[in-house]
Design a protein around this ligand. Structure first.
Ligand code: HEC
Length: 179
């Protein structure tokens, strides 16, 4: 019998009143806490950083949804990224440069200052064509983290419980439907 089971048995049979209940609750929460730790640590840091930027800093979720399936908000409409056939390089480019003449914003503040995006500058574009600046100006390493996250979890990928739990938490009500 392993140590935890032995503690549970002793608590349940040898003691009475509220103390064993607390001991059992304590041991049980220890048992369920193990997978949570594993989930948080079993992926590269740049992937989890990419998820955080997608969710919080750059608010990609406003147009693409927390689930990446596309969304409509006051900010605009974004298509499902789960159907995207882009690769890592393609994702880096579109996050950095946005899309000319479309609603996808550019997350590099200087995207159209010096030709770093598609070899063109603001001077080559009408104001309507120029991608708006993203909600956050992202550094190259941040853009790469978001692209890595999308390749790993979103492009051509199923929406899973694992995705939901990592996006929200183990106990999030929104993840119930994936169980
Ligand atoms: C204002 C709404 C809006 C925001 C905010 C936004 N997007 Fe987009 N995104 C769009 C739209 C609209 C398109 C489609 C552009 C087109 O028609 O080519 C798009 C396209 C894309 C594509 C290309 C998909 C493909 O296969 O062509 C990727 C990747 C993408 N967005 C990722 C992101 C990421 C990552 C963020 C946050 C850093 C973000 N988007 C923020 C609206 C938005």
């Amino acid at each position: 019998m392993n140590k935890i089971l032995r503690i549970l048995t002793i608590s349940a049979f040898a003691l009475s009143g509220s103390v064993p209940l607390m001991a059992i609750a304590g041991a049980a929460s220890f048992l369920v806490a193990i997978p949570t730790v594993a989930v948080a640590q079993d992926e590269p840091r740049n992937i989890s950083r990419g998820r955080e930027i997608f969710r919080d800093k750059a608010k990609c979720v406003w147009c693409h949804g927390w689930d990446g399936r596309g969304s409509q908000s006051d900010m605009g409409f974004g298509p499902s990224l789960r159907e995207s056939f882009l690769d890592y390089e393609g994702a880096v480019e579109v996050i950095k440069c946005g899309r000319i003449g479309r609603e996808m914003p550019a997350h590099d503040q200087r995207a159209y200052d010096d030709g770093r995006c598609y070899g063109i500058t603001k001077a080559d574009l009408t104001p309507e064509e120029t991608p708006t600046p993203g909600l956050a100006n992202l550094r190259q390493s941040e853009i790469e983290s978001v692209a890595a996250f999308l390749v790993e979890w979103v492009f051509q990928k199923e929406l899973t419980l694992d995705y939901c739990v990592r996006f929200y938490s183990e106990t999030a009500v929104i993840c119930e439907e994936f169980k």
